[in-house]
Design a protein around this ligand. Sequence first.
Ligand code: C2O
Ligand code: CU
Length: 479
Amino acid sequence: MVVALTSRRALLRAAGASVLALAAPARSRGAAQDVRAFRLTAEPSQVALLGPGNPKTAVWSYNGVAPGPEIRVRRGEKLRVVVANRLDESTTVHWHGIRLPNAMDGVPDLTQAPIAPGREFAYEFVAPDAGTYMYHSHQRGNVQVPMGLFGPLIVEEREPVAVDRDVTWVLSDWRLTSDGQISDDFGNMMDVAMDGRVGNVVTLNNRLPASWPVRAGERIRLRIINLASARMFALSFEGHRPWVVAWDGQPVEPHEPEAGTLVLGPGMRADLQLDMVGEPQSSHAVRDTFYPGRSDPIATFAYAKDKALAGRPAKAPLRLPPNALPEPDVNKAARHLIAFGGGMMGGMMGGGGMMGRGRGMMGGGGMMGRGAMWTINGVAAQGPAMEPFLTLDRGRSYVLSLRNDTAFFHPIHLHGHSFRVIARNGAPARRREWRDTVLIPPRESADVAFVADNPGKWMIHCHILDHQEAGMMGVIRVA
Ligand code: C2O
Ligand code: CU
């Protein structure tokens, strides 16, 4: 039944494509040349985060919903997204994970002028890779994102993928006061110096954890996006054995999550193949166990009464077609060490206020203030106009050794490129998967390799947005 839906969608697309072809006969090179138009309005809104019967929550939304609407295009299509700003402060939108031209990357003052209140900006770019991506504000991200300015961006493969349902789960969290409103304690010292602003209410898409209807025997492609500004998730699926088929949009050799637990730091995405092997009418929780002592359901699969979908051929594991990423030549690559420092030591509360190793917030002769607590190569970035700390030759392969010298996790995100994770703590990585955000545990390291093929000034930063805003960001130039 759902397969029929997919093919109906394919038909609709085919119809849409021919209409466009008619309208613009000069562009007769097929779907790859079509422009898909969208509009996002950033505005204050009231949303029913806590469900019916509870007070609505004042948020900043795109088009009145938080998360923002799912933008869905096909690989090779051109998007045109007009962003209108109806907030009282300026904003930008970043298309996280998309390898796009620098001027469309949405970093205020670095790649564009901020979109002032009352103004619009048109983002236009081709989506070169199929996969699961996301968009979010990149201005005062540690405020605008936890206020609600984020959403999913899905790029479909050119050929339909053999699943019964294609589902997006946007995970996020909110810090709400007892009256259901977003707490305004943004950037408070404890958050900034430690784990970032972890909320007290988790949502899946736009609602609280709830039951989630499934049917026995169906195969689901589950796209999970962590769009929280600081919270990590470690998901386990009771009674089910999901396979990871893509990380950060890029296909990977299908494998079960390590130790049966899918770990997603902020900014990270996983595509799962999920075969619904439960019995009709059974229910099974998906739990988050990242934080010690917690095991909170984020959703509960609720099987319908219907008996399992029958008469279906045995299903081979899902293999997604690869995207065309330039393969780095690791042997010829130039290497750079990038060290992430700062923050409080884990034992700060009982340990006499120890600071981050070497160059923490008290380093550098007490020059760093409250807003500069985290560093890249010893420097806590301040303000929007950042000079590149590294310039890479366009077209050349690089290995960046990313070293976490702190007592905290950091999901490190590079703009404009995907990279292969080739080593962890100096040992070769098994799958060498492509990512755009790599989670580095305390005192660990990851080596990532890529071809610097996309010219421009690209941010690299921690995706715990309080860490980013307090200095753990920098600019790499490709020229
Ligand atoms: Cu998703 Cu620079 O961020
Ligand atoms: Cu961080």
